[in-house]
Design a protein around this ligand. Structure first.
Ligand SMILES: Cc1ncc(CN)c(N)n1
Length: 213
């Protein structure tokens, strides 16, 4: 058994997405969210547009998944978190910050939406999982580094949405799906998932760069 075949697929993808992966998880903008000092208005205005395409991608994952258990797990997260807690957070936070719900998209927002649309239209479950997993696992990474919750709700609730046992279980589910499906892919299939995983990781880093200004 080679080292590569023993490594879970999700870990193999992550390790091949360095150095951008570490740059996202330790990004100065993420650290500023953790300390409650980040200027969240422009970031959340752009992220609200990200979340629109992300929500559509979750719907595509429900449709493309190969098991009922997976459809239920994704559908539950979509309904209970994205369409409920997170959606209400965006409206309250944008109102607090005087942000607009639909300002012009920054180039990185447009490129991220284009990648999500590309994999959504492919209806290829492992490719869809690759983008979902990068988006959620990188966010768990930076949000879990916060030790002292910031005072204001805009920073604090954004961290709470991306950390804690429920979010860890969600990321564990996404990683588990990639780990389950990876060994059944041929070399070309694995390369296609890696390509999407890397592109999404680079876009996460560039999204934080944009937010930093
Ligand atoms: C850009 C981006 N990446 C990830 C997430 C986490 N869902 C987000 N809200 N925005």
């Amino acid at each position: 058994m080679t080292e590569e075949s023993r490594t879970p697929f999700s870990e193999w993808l992550r390790s091949r997405s360095e150095p951008d992966w570490a740059s996202v998880v330790t990004h100065p903008f993420a650290e500023a969210i953790g300390s409650g000092t980040a200027d969240m208005r422009r970031y959340l205005e752009q992220d609200f547009q990200f979340v629109d395409a992300f929500t559509a991608l979750l719907g595509a994952a429900v449709a493309a998944a190969d098991t009922l258990e997976a459809r239920v797990a994704v559908g539950r997260f979509l309904g209970q978190t994205v369409a409920d807690t997170e959606h209400s957070y965006f409206h309250r936070a944008l109102a607090e910050l005087g942000g607009e719900p639909a300002p012009p998209a920054q180039p990185v927002t447009g490129e991220f939406r284009a990648l999500m649309d590309e994999v959504r239209l492919s209806q290829d479950y492992p490719l869809i999982l690759a983008v979902l997993c990068v988006a959620e696992w990188t966010y768990l990474g930076w949000a879990s580094r916060t030790t002292e919750p910031p005072q204001g709700f805009v920073h604090r609730e954004w961290i709470e949405l991306h950390s804690g046992p429920e979010f860890e279980a969600w990321v564990g589910f996404l990683r588990g799906e990639l780990d389950r499906l990876g060994p059944g892919l041929d070399e070309d299939g694995r390369a296609r998932v890696l390509d999407v995983f890397r592109r999404a990781t680079t876009l996460e880093r560039r999204f934080f760069d944009m937010a930093l200004g």
